[in-house]
Design a protein around this ligand. Structure first.
Ligand code: GDP
Ligand code: IMO
Ligand code: MG
Length: 425
């Protein structure tokens, strides 16, 4: 068996959580491979709306194995809150959630360092979610991180040593007043650690490979999106992990030939939270209309998301980097009330039109658009592809032709039920 991967092709928040939940009945195992509580994956079903941060989006389906892989960074405080709120909904996670010994821990001081670093950057800040992601991955790559497996032996002294270093950095380099913030959260953090330790902490790389060998089907759930990838995103306005398909190999311990389908998920338009370039961003009332119709406010931070038209230059780049085999188009319903819809098919840079994603997206990059007629129809109650208005079919065909891949799912609302599986020709 091979593991299928589902990941975002834009700047995150494409609707990964919803689709992982929809696809979970077809799989035995769901696993996260990178990122941490910077992610906010929203699921809606049976009048429940729930946002997951660290826990895989398969958790609400019965008899599935959920795994947090080695590539993920875990904050015990957020983890405990997530467990509590899922248990309140009546779901028992004690038997079906496994955590990698090699996943790195977000320490309270990592979160404070994130805030201190952003404050120091001032106008050039990344617009991070302030969850401690950058500092934690920095320690991982700098070979100074602490891992979930470290919790099992002599943890207190390792913790003390790491946080002493962080405290020196905070006071001597950042001149940041951290003492009260740390005092306020350290106890919660250690309570979270106890909750974390009550789960099954295993060598997930062996566990997943053994499950595949036994014929179990695996779906790997990405966080963030390709344009936030540490190597290929709009650096430095990116996150600190490899969000692309290769991240599933390193973040789970899967050999490349063990990857099966790659589902690439994108919104029918574009959004971005935080700072950094965004060629098709709309600063006018059309952008506001998209934000209102799509309820585009961050699932983790509540920040308004920047909105703009679909960018096929960026999408092609993402499809190439991930080896996408199937496209999934989200939030088509958000475009229901647009008479005309634009799609960016090229970038004009210094008078020349290019179709490749450049090294740097400066203000010099001007999107070149085609305009397609909107469908001006309510899609949210549609149950079948046969009911799609012609203009929507044309919109999808245009994207498929440009990408050379078919759209296998179109989403027409936030609920599990509002998902249309496209018929194969
Ligand atoms: P993720 O981070 O990729 O899982 O996406 P988020 O959960 O952060 O953001 C997606 C938002 O869009 C959530 O509020 C979802 O409930 C919502 N959503 C998902 N699919 C659709 C859809 O097809 N239509 C609409 N209107 N909303 C959707
Ligand atoms: P999901 O999984 C959208 C953005 C932040 C910021 C940059 C770096 O829900 O799609 P970080 O906290 O990682 O250091 O922030 O990345 N960002 C996201 N944007 N969706 C996410 O996750 C994101 N996770 C991080 O806004 O610009
Ligand atoms: Mg999100």
């Amino acid at each position: 068996m091979k593991a299928d991967v589902l990941l975002g092709l834009q700047w995150g928040d494409e609707g990964k959580g919803k689709i992982v939940d929809v696809l979970t009945p077809n799989y035995d195992v769901i696993t996260r491979f990178q990122g941490g509580p910077n992610a906010g994956h929203t699921l809606e079903f049976n009048n429940i709306k729930h946002v997951l941060h660290t826990i895989p989006s398969g958790i609400f389906r019965e008899n599935k194995i959920n795994i947090i892989g080695n590539g993920v960074v875990i904050d015990p405080i957020v983890f405990k809150k997530e467990i509590d709120s899922i248990q309140k909904l009546g779901f028992d996670l004690s038997k079906n959630l496994y955590i990698s010994k090699k996943a790195h821990l977000i320490l309270p001081t990592h979160r404070i360092l994130d805030a201190a670093s952003e404050q120091k950057k001032g106008k050039t800040k990344i617009g991070s979610t302030l969850k401690g992601i950058g500092p934690t991955y920095k320690d991982k790559i700098g070979r100074e991180g602490l891992r979930v497996g470290d919790l099992l032996h002599n943890f207190k002294s390792k913790y003390q040593e790491r946080t002493d270093n962080h405290k020196t950095m905070l006071s001597d380099f950042f001149h940041y007043d951290y003492k009260q913030i740390l005092a306020d959260c350290e106890q919660d953090w250690f309570e979270g650690v106890e909750v974390l330790k009550s789960f099954q902490i295993v060598d997930t790389e062996h566990f997943i490979n053994d499950l595949l060998k036994k014929g179990k089907s695996v779906l790997a759930e990405g966080a963030q999106g390709t344009l936030l990838d540490i190597d290929f995103g709009s650096y430095p306005f990116v996150t600190s992990s490899n969000t692309i398909c290769a991240g599933a190999c390193t973040g789970l311990g899967l050999a490349p030939q063990k990857i099966g389908k790659v589902y690439g998920i994108f919104k029918a338009y574009c959004t971005r939270v935080g700072m950094g370039p965004f060629p098709t961003e709309l600063h006018d009332e059309t952008g506001t209309k998209l934000r209102d119709a799509g309820n585009e406010y961050g699932s983790t931070t509540g920040r308004p998301r920047r909105c703009g038209w679909l960018d096929l230059v960026a999408l092609k780049y993402s499809v190439m980097l991930n080896g996408v085999t199937e496209l999934i188009m989200m939030k088509a319903d958000v475009l229901d009330k647009f008479e005309l819809i634009k799609i960016c098919i090229g970038y004009e840079i210094d008078g020349e039109v290019v179709e490749h994603f450049p090294f740097e997206l400066t203000d010099n990059v001007k999107p070149v658009y085609v305009e397609l007629p909107g469908w001006e129809t309510d899609l949210t109650k549609i149950k079948n592809q046969d009911e799609f208005p012609e203009e929507l079919n044309n919109y999808i065909s245009f994207i498929e032709d440009e990408m050379g891949i078919t759209v296998s799912i179109a989403s027409v609302g936030p609920n599990r039920e509002q998902t249309i599986f496209m018929e194969k020709e």
